[in-house]
Design a protein around this ligand. Sequence first.
Ligand code: NAD
Ligand code: DAU
Length: 339
Amino acid sequence: MSEIFEPKNIVVTGGCGFIGSNFVHYVVNNHPEVHVTVLDKLTYAGNPENIAGLPSDRVELVVGDICDADLLDRLVPGHDAIVHYAAESHNDNSIADPEPFLRTNVEGTFRLLEAVRKYGIRYHHVSTDEVYGDLPLDDPAKFTEETPYHPSSPYSSTKASSDMLVRAWTRTYGLRTTISNCSNNYGPYQHVEKFIPRQITNIIDGVRPKLYGKGENVRDWIHTEDHSSAVWDILTKGQMGETYLIGANGERNNITVLRMILEAMGRDPEDFDWVADRPGHDRRYAIDSSKLQRELGWKPSHTDFSEGLKETIDWYVANEAWWRPAKEATEARYRAQGQ
Ligand code: NAD
Ligand code: DAU
């Protein structure tokens, strides 16, 4: 194991989004010595409410674009690490309009790497298992760090491109970087465009949930707090230049998850609509996280998916004021796509 890195001042990009804001909460709750500067453009997916209420001497929000090199020149000096979450993150949006994905996910990562090169600080790159493409439904194989890249969607191809930039900048310029590729997250503060929150909030609204295709596609669910603890371990204990896969053995097909939500919310498990499939829809994701567990000693703590799902449902029931403003526009977009 390499030396322990003890950051004091970190930049978290995308810290007003779903996973980034959960990471900020995680750091504030578990690492009192660390100050966090959140850099977030506050796109439709960013909400300052996600980090409201955290102590102002621990967390500062800077509203800005990761593509803005001048802003990075002002912001980065004085920090010892960047943890990069900011992205356009939704596959369906990338199919409808890929351009913002190229800009934020590829150019944005390039700008951050250039700032890291200039100021010599540590960089952790948050990526996705989707860079590996998909797995067959009827084969127990899982993704490992050695699986070749084979992205399918505009979103995942831009994330794969950003990973490649990190690898090239690390080798050529000797940057101190790590990459993590995580599976599907669930938990509080996830935008209502995503599968689990969309179905929970539809049910609250008396609207039938929407299932793509045959509902056979498998996702490997992990609670977002477990993603945060894994990123922290990689940031502080990871080997420079290495990639770590993050997952919690949470494989389930979509129809199973949807029926679990319906039942937990007291509805008939068949009370949903079949809708048009996503073009190029990845069949199955599955993560082998043994390298992370073996080398850094990480373990997930949310191992009961059904319990985590119930807590997530309760969170959306209790926080309607948080998700309500985004709901109508999101559903209008889906209607226009036949979904
Ligand atoms: P999200 O869409 O909820 O949040 C993205 C955040 O980035 C928002 O706050 C948004 O305002 C900000 N942002 C977007 N463009 C920006 C820009 N140009 N400059 C500054 N800020 C900008 O995304 P998420 O689901 O929280 O995902 C966060 C990261 O984790 C992404 O890199 C994603 O690829 C990765 N990831 C997500 C999952 C998942 O299940 N959601 C799984 C694995 C990896
Ligand atoms: O695997 C990690 C990825 O997980 C992240 O990189 C992405 O940022 C994140 O959005 C997520 O991607 P998915 O495309 O897997 O997530 P989404 O929530 O969009 O969909 C999950 C599954 O549910 C997928 O098979 C499509 C299906 N689906 C989705 C919606 C919104 C439905 O059946 N109905 C729906 O209404």
